[in-house]
Design a binder for this molecule. Structure first.
Ligand SMILES: [Zn+2]
Length: 619
C-alpha cells in the first residue's frame, strides 16, 4: 500500500513538472525492431531499459491516439522475456489489466533487457512487399512517467533492398539498418514508418512554401505507384490550401505515408507530422483516384491541426494507460470531417458536384437512414465511442455508430454559414480556423481545448449564442438530419430516381431510401432501416436474400424489381435464408428508386460553393 501511494505521488509530481523523472529522462531506452523476418509476419523487438533495483511496472500501449479506444493489440504480443545481469527475470501480468506487466529488478542491476515478438495479423499492416510499422505495437514503457518525458533511441532493420519513409528524424543508415535520433515516446508513437520493395517519394511542397511536404508511397506492385501528374498537382494544391485555411503549420516537415495494397486494412490514422493512410492497390490508377485521395488524405492531413495540435482536453492524456474521455469527438473528428472534404474540393481533388453528392449522401444517411437518432443523440455517439464505435456490423441505422464524423461535418458546415450570417459576410470559417488553429510553428505541439474555450473562440469571430446552438445540436433526438448548413448555403436535399454519379466516402446511397435495405453483392442484408417497408415485411440485418420475384438474386434484379413495382400494385417478393430456414417476404413499396441529391435553392445566395472555391494562388 505504501509503495502504491508513493508511486501515485511520483506520478502526480512528475505531471506537475516539479521533479524530473530521473532515471528515464536522463538515459534513453533503446528499442531495436528487427523486421527482416516480416514476410513471416513476425516483428522481433529488443528493448534495453535503464533501471534501479526494486519493483518495476511496464505498460504495453492501450489507449491509442486517434483510435479513441483501449484497443492496443496486446493479443499479438508474444515471446516476452526479461533478463538482467545475464539472469532471466520472471514477470507477472497485472490481475486487473492485461496491458500491464510487473517485474522485480534484482540488486545490482542497472539495465533490464526485454525481448518479445509482435505477430502481424492477416489484413493488418504487412504484405510480402511492404509494411507499415506503428511503434505503439512494439514498445513497452515504464509506468508513471508522461510519454513526453521518456526518451527512446530507436533502430529498425528492414529486409534487404527495401526503402522506407517516415517523419522520424534519421541519425544514420547502414545497409538495411536505420538509426533514428533520440526522441520522446509520444513522438515515436506518433511517427510510423512505411517500408517496401516498391517505394516512391514525391515532393509536394508548393512554390514559396517554407515547410517541406512529401508523399512516401509503398505498394504491392511498381505499377500501383504511378500517381497521375493531375493528382500530384492536386495534392500540392491541398498543401497550399491548408496553408491558406489555417494560416500556420505545427510540424517540422510533413509526410503523407500511403500504403497501396488489397491485403492491408484500409483506413487512415492521423499524426502530427505524417498520416498513415492505406488504400486498395490500384486506387491511384482508377478513375476515382482524386475522390479517394481527397476523401482520406485530406481528412488525415487536416488532423495535424484539428486533433493533434488543438486536441480536446479530455483526450489529452499523459500516457497510453490513462483512459480518454471522448465527449468532444464531434470537435476532434467532426471538424476534421468538415474541413477535409472542403479542402479536397478547394484543391481540385473533388469536383463541386462530387462535394454536393457527398453532402447529400451524408444528409440522407443521417436523416431517413438513421432512425436511431430518435433515441441516441449525437453527443452520445461521441461519448460511447470506446466500446460502441468502430467494428460493429448490422443494425447500424438503429444502434448508430461513429456518427460524430458525418453529423459533425453537417454541424460544422452550419457553424460556417452562421459565422457568415452573423458577421454580415465579414468573417468566414477560415477566420475561425486561423484564430483557433494558428500561432507560431513550434513543431509538433499539443494545445488542449475545452467546450467553453471552443465557444469562446467562436464568439471572438462572430458573437452568437454558440453554447445554446451546440447543446441543441448535440442533444437533439429529432428524426431529421441537421441540414441547416446546406440550406443556409443555398441548397436543399432532395430525392429522385437518378443514381448519383459518384458515391460519397462512406455510407453510399443505394436501395436504402426506397425499400429500406442495404444489401451486399452476395445478397446479405447489411442493414434494414427500422420502420422501412422491408423492415415491416420482416427483413432485418444479416438475413440473406437469395431470390427476387421468383428468380435468383442479383443486385441488378433487385433494382429492376424496385423500378417496375412503381407502375403496378403487385408487391416485391423476396426469398430469404434466415439461419437455415427459407422465408418469403412481400414488400408493398411502389415509390420507385430514391437517391439523395442537392438541389439549388434560387431564393438564397450560393454560399456553399463560395466555401469550396480555391484560395491559394498555385492553381
Ligand atoms: Zn479522423
Amino acid at each position: 500500500m505504501q509503495l502504491r501511494r508513493l508511486r501515485s505521488l511520483v506520478f502526480l509530481v512528475s505531471l506537475l513538472g516539479l521533479v524530473a523523472p530521473a532515471m528515464f529522462a536522463e538515459q534513453a531506452i533503446s528499442v531495436t525492431v528487427d523486421a527482416t523476418g516480416i514476410r513471416s509476419k513476425l516483428l522481433r523487438t529488443h528493448l534495453v531499459i535503464p533501471v534501479k533495483p526494486g519493483p518495476l511496472t511496464l505498460y504495453y500501449p492501450k489507449w491509442i491516439p486517434g483510435e479513441h479506444g483501449p484497443d492496443g493489440p496486446i493479443g499479438n504480443l508474444t515471446g516476452l522475456k526479461f533478463e538482467a545481469d545475464g539472469k532471466t527475470i520472471p514477470w507477472q501480468r497485472d490481475l486487473l489489466d492485461v496491458f500491464t506487466f510487473h517485474v522485480e529488478i534484482p540488486r545490482g542491476a542497472s539495465q533490464l533487457n526485454a525481448s518479445y515478438d509482435y505477430i502481424e495479423p492477416d489484413g493488418g499492416s504487412v504484405t510480402d512487399k511492404l509494411m507499415v510499422l506503428e511503434w505503439n505495437e512494439v514498445v513497452l514503457y515504464p509506468a508513471d512517467i508522461p510519454a513526453e518525458k521518456l526518451t527512446y533511441q530507436a533502430k529498425l532493420l528492414i529486409p534487404d533492398e527495401w526503402k522506407f519513409g517516415t517523419a522520424l528524424p534519421v541519425e544514420s543508415e547502414s545497409g538495411n539498418q536505420v538509426s533514428f535520433k533520440p526522441i520522446s515516446l509520444d513522438l515515436l508513437v506518433d511517427s510510423p514508418v512505411v517500408a517496401g520493395e516498391f517505394y516512391r517519394t514525391i515532393d509536394l511542397t508548393p512554390p514559396g512554401e517554407p515547410v517541406h511536404h512529401e508523399i512516401n508511397m509503398v505498394a504491392d506492385s511498381e505499377a500501383a505507384l504511378n500517381i497521375s501528374p493531375e493528382n500530384q498537382k492536386q495534392m500540392i494544391n491541398l498543401v497550399a490550401e491548408s496553408g491558406k485555411l489555417f494560416g500556420a503549420r505545427h510540424y517540422r516537415d510533413y509526410h503523407f505515408l500511403l500504403a497501396l495494397s488489397d491485403h492491408v486494412a484500409h483506413f487512415g490514422l492521423e499524426h502530427h507530422e505524417s498520416n498513415d493512410s492505406r488504400m486498395a492497390e490500384r486506387a491511384l490508377l482508377s478513375p476515382g483516384s482524386g475522390m479517394s485521395l481527397g476523401g482520406l488524405l485530406a481528412h488525415e492531413f487536416a488532423h495535424s491541426w484539428s486533433g493533434k495540435f488543438r486536441r480536446p482536453a479530455d483526450l489529452t492524456t499523459p500516457d497510453y494507460e490513462h483512459p480518454m474521455k471522448t465527449d468532444l469527438l464531434w470537435g476532434y473528428e467532426g471538424m476534421t470531417d468538415y474541413v477535409g472534404p472542403m479542402l479536397a474540393a478547394r484543391s481540385g481533388l473533388w469536383t463541386p458536384e462530387q462535394y454536393h453528392e457527398y453532402l447529400a449522401g451524408i444528409a440522407a444517411t443521417l436523416g431517413p437512414g438513421r432512425p436511431g437518432r430518435t433515441w441516441r443523440p449525437l453527443l452520445d455517439t461521441a461519448v460511447g465511442e470506446p466500446g460502441l464505435g468502430f467494428g460493429r456490423s448490422g443494425w447500424l441505422n438503429w444502434r448508430r455508430g461513429t456518427d460524430y464524423y458525418e453529423e459533425g461535418d453537417l454541424l460544422w458546415l452550419e457553424v460556417a454559414t452562421i459565422i457568415h450570417r452573423e458577421s454580415g459576410g465579414k468573417k468566414s470559417v477560415d477566420d475561425f480556423c486561423q484564430a483557433f488553429y494558428g500561432g507560431p510553428n513550434r513543431g509538433p505541439e499539443v494545445k488542449p481545448y475545452t467546450f467553453d474555450e471552443l465557444v469562446g473562440a467562436l464568439n471572438a469571430i462572430a458573437p452568437f449564442d454558440w453554447a445554446t446552438f451546440l447543446h441543441e445540436r448535440l442533444n437533439s433526438t429529432s428524426a431529421e438530419a441537421p441540414v441547416g448548413g446546406i440550406e443556409n448555403g443555398g441548397w436543399k436535399v432532395t430525392f429522385n430516381g437518378e443514381p448519383p454519379k459518384s458515391e460519397g466516402r462512406r455510407g453510399g446511397p443505394g436501395d436504402i431510401y426506397s425499400i429500406g435495405l442495404q444489401v451486399a453483392s452476395d445478397g446479405t442484408v447489411t442493414d434494414s432501416i427500422v420502420g422501412s417497408p422491408a423492415f415491416e415485411a420482416g427483413i432485418s440485418s444479416q438475413m440473406k436474400i437469395i431470390g427476387v420475384n421468383g428468380r435468383m438474386f442479383t443486385q441488378d434484379l433487385l433494382s429492376d424489381a424496385i423500378k417496375s413495382a412503381k407502375d403496378t400494385s403487385k408487391p416485391i417478393t423476396l426469398l430469404l435464408v434466415v439461419d437455415d430456414y427459407f422465408r418469403t417476404c412481400t414488400i408493398n413499396y411502389h415509390g420507385g428508386p430514391r437517391y439523395p441529391h442537392l438541389l439549388r435553392d434560387d431564393t438564397r445566395p450560393n454560399y456553399l460553393d463560395e466555401l469550396i472555391k480555391p484560395r491559394a494562388a498555385t492553381q
